[in-house]
Design a binder for this molecule. Sequence first.
Ligand SMILES: C[S@@+](CC[C@H](N)C(=O)[O-])C[C@H]1O[C@@H](n2cnc3c(N)ncnc32)[C@H](O)[C@@H]1O
Length: 470
Amino acid sequence: MLTPKQKKVLDFITSFIKTNDYSPSLEEVAKNFKLKSVSSAHQFVDALHKKGYLKKIENQQRSIELIIGLVEIPLFGYISAGEPIEAISNPEPIKVPHKMLSKSGLHYALKVKGDSMVDEGINDGATVIIRRQETATNGQKVVALINGNEATLKKIYKEKKGFRLQPANSSMKPIFVKDLIIQGKVIGVLPNYEDTTRPTGKIAQTKIPTKFALDRIISGDVLEVMSQIPDNSIHLAITSPPYNVGKDYDNHNDRMNYQEYLEWLEKVWRETKRVLVPGGRFALNIAPTGIKDFVPIHHDFANQLRKIDMKFRTEIIWYKQTMLKRTAWGSFKSPANPHIVPSWEYVLVFSKDKDRLDGDQKNSDITKQEFMDFSDGYWKIQPETKRNGHPAPFPEELIYRLIKFYSYKGNTILDMFGGTGTVAVVSHKTKRRFIHIDISEEYNRVAQKRLDAIKNPPQLFGENSYRFAA
Ligand SMILES: C[S@@+](CC[C@H](N)C(=O)[O-])C[C@H]1O[C@@H](n2cnc3c(N)ncnc32)[C@H](O)[C@@H]1O
């Protein structure tokens, strides 16, 4: 934490650099603060350097050159240090001193509301830097998710029958809970952060939303956007990645080197596991590719996911009935070298950590008939014919079945390769929340249009009003 005087020195250096495009000399720092000697200015600079706010470049012509060493992390909005408030908000980038971050791991920031952590120097209005992790030891300051969606900042202690969340303020009582999810550990505190290091003051002027980008079409690279989704926040991920078969996507090279392609997607699977709640499901649609040169891509994906300890629950055969158009026979009418043409795709289903997805039974909205139909893992569904300029959109029925079978009403569904928004659309129709990510603005525009077209038509919100033929 900075002392008030150190903060004033940092403010001066920041605004000096902003005005002049170069840093002040030690003499200028001393003069501005009427310090007796340059060495007193040096002490301040040294302290700011040690706390990670400045980098010093030695041996320059100006007696000292100062550079603010900042890195960007997402600011997710407010966290309650007092009474728990609803968790997770829409991220804004925020710059923080790089030295404050751990050497490894993902980080995010939260603004503190309330005074229950004041004895630990975390005051109302401070910004805390959090390292994402799911475990903590007794006495550590953590962001804890309790009662499903309320986040609070407290010191954590394991008790016989659960956990004690202890305020660092003697006038406040601890909270006892049976279960909680740790969303990260506090590793640093920035008092009045925007005043010191954000020259534009943008965050102070921006209204920070109270939800993390739910029910929105997000344009961006899958890994960049996913890194901003909090741990343990998704109940069901459904996706179909590019198959690396040379499809003509708007903004993606679909002919990568196969090894690079697998390495890229393994990173996506790891992120998927991180963001899923315990018991959360991952339904991955994929098909073997290449008829002559067969590539068992579904096996490679299954192996990757098993390697990262996702539980392989089942595989669904999506039979597409596309044989009528077949042309690749190989050695026609001869056993010399005949070809099998895959007229099906798979949906590989995994879960994180455990089989059960906790939820309120009153939010289970699958009918008896649907349950019986969908639990037969051979799904005959025609491919989507309305393509909206996309080479490979999902048919809505496939997504409807997955959502109804594997999630509760009100759950959050993620499609990280969202394309033209089928998962978003069906999530909305079935009263689930969604996060849609795609790198193509063109496909995202189509997805937004589809959503706008179905938003709030009254007939969609009656019980079982959205139903496909089995
Ligand atoms: C098989 S398609 C998904 C289609 C989607 N299921 C639908 O119903 O329209 C794969 C999608 O991944 C997107 N994509 C490719 N590279 C990406 C990346 N780096 N980040 C995010 N999306 C990407 C493509 O733009 C494409 O829309």
